[in-house]
Ligand binder design. Structure first.
Ligand code: FAD
Ligand code: NAP
Length: 372
């Protein structure tokens, strides 16, 4: 059976638990989900797509602001407005369509200026942290026709989560590591749609809509003798737990080196016992940890890489595969810069040569990224 967005599998939540500590700035959750009789088989590196539903309170607040009846069936639809806003439309992150519509229909100096400037960065800055309701409320007198409003929303999207388990170690189950996105702005509480759907609504026994997103490139090598260097701060750790479980199961002879980073050791060292056991049992030959806020000067994974520059370079020269997972905006770029610096120093070469070296690593599929 093939499950996809249009035909998702209804998977049961087996358990959920908070991984981050009491005083963490993060809320990182571990979910165990049953794949039951779905026939879904995954490989390390694959992601699971989760189709969430929206927050009831936000739906009611939008309906209230539009001043319409929740049970009304909008033109051309088969469900009530309430149902549509719960499970059909993306109602947290505004579309540019909605923003431009509002801009044309209200007088709001800041918004009008930003849209007129046609500067994407300025618009992103203005948008940051604001949701659909905030935009409608930029002018309390603005009234939007319900049918027009719906055309300004996009379809509710699924969210991808890197699978944290190996199928061989946990047959018919999938583990996820999810950072719950919650933030406050001007006294309002905001909740990322899917991460809070999982955290707040998915207790043991809940069935959720999922499908598999295979990853054709971010994969373990077929050759069990290959060495791996895995760089995954924060939730970027998720696929590497799967990699290590699989390497243990297959008794792969290649060496494994993990770089993990988080804010504090006491609160944010997720999967600490499992990782230390991998190290103790020699599944993991090298472990480098970067707890950024455990000392006055921040230490990141790329600083640990630089400290071990000669050895990292030797591993790469000996054929190791380099994997990077997690934040695309900053971390992955900084890791790339340090890698270039290491190559330049070790080969005593210029930037053109180090770039060519990295290009070749990518060509040989030995520098793989899964960043978001
Ligand atoms: C291939 C892939 C793998 C992934 N794997 C993982 C994983 O293993 N674990 C994981 O946790 N995530 C992972 N993600 C990210 C995940 O898919 C979601 O994007 C994430 O959970 C947020 O979704 P959400 O629905 O909770 O938030 P959304 O409703 O999508 O809202 C997110 C938006 O909220 C805004 N926002 C968030 N925080 C703040 C803040 N503090 N202040 C202001 N605005 C804010 C930002 O605009 C952000 O873009 C992965 C993504 C991809 C593409
Ligand atoms: N697409 C999404 O919706 C989505 C989902 C999840 C996460 N994210 C984003 O991804 C980023 C990482 O989130 P996360 O929760 O996985 O990790 P995280 O817990 O925020 O960060 C993990 C570690 O990486 C450090 N770090 C910060 N900047 C870094 C850099 N440039 N290079 C290397 N390490 C760096 C952090 O240090 P300090 O914090 O002390 O600086 C921390 O020690 C966040 O910005 C988050 O907003 C986005």
């Amino acid at each position: 059976m093939i499950w996809n967005r249009k035909k998702p599998y209804l998977a049961e939540i087996i358990s959920s638990k908070l991984l981050s500590g009491k005083y963490s700035n993060k809320e990182i959750m571990h979910y165990e989900i049953s794949l039951g009789d779905s026939g879904i088989y995954y490989e390390p590196g694959d992601s699971l797509a989760v189709i969430p539903t929206n927050d009831h309170n936000l739906v009611l607040a939008i309906i209230d602001r539009l001043d319409v009846n929740p049970s009304i069936i909008p033109d051309g639809q088969n469900s009530s407005l309430f149902e549509l806003l719960i499970s059909h439309y993306e109602i947290l992150t505004p579309t540019n369509r909605l923003i431009y519509f509002i801009n044309e229909n209200i007088k709001h100096n800041d918004l009008n200026k930003v849209v007129k400037s046609d500067d994407k960065n300025l618009l992103n800055q203005f948008k940051y942290g604001k949701d659909v309701l905030d935009f409608i409320n930029l002018d309390k007198n603005l009234m939007i026709d319900l049918n027009i409003f719906l055309t300004l929303l996009k379809q509710l999207q699924h969210r991808a989560y890197s699978i944290t388990s190996s199928y061989n170690a946990y047959p018919k189950k999938v583990h996820l590591t999810v950072s719950t996105q919650r933030w406050k702005n001007n006294l309002r509480d905001y909740h990322g749609v899917c991460s809070t759907f999982l955290a707040d609504k998915c207790i043991k026994g809940t069935k959720i809509k999922v499908f598999l997103i295979p990853n054709r490139t971010f994969k373990l090598p077929k050759n069990q003798k290959k060495d791996l260097i895995m760089i995954g701060p924060g939730t970027g750790l998720a696929p590497f737990i799967s990699f290590l479980q699989e390497r243990k199961f297959l008794r792969s002879s290649g060496k494994n080196w993990l770089f993990f980073g988080a804010q504090t050791r006491i609160n944010d060292f997720i999967y600490e016992n499992e990782i230390l056991n991998f190290k103790k049992n020699n599944v993991l030959q090298k472990l480098d940890l970067a707890f950024s806020r455990d000392q006055s000067k921040k230490i990141y994974v790329q600083d640990r890489m630089y400290e071990s520059r000669a050895e990292i370079f030797q591993w790469i020269e000996d054929g190791a595969i380099l994997y990077v997972c997690g934040d695309a905006l900053k971390m992955a770029k900084d890791v790339d810069s340090i890698l270039r610096k290491i190559i330049e120093e070790q080969l005593n070469c210029n930037e053109t040569k180090s770039l060519a070296y990295i290009k070749n690593l990518k060509k040989e599929k030995r520098y793989l990224l899964d960043v978001y």
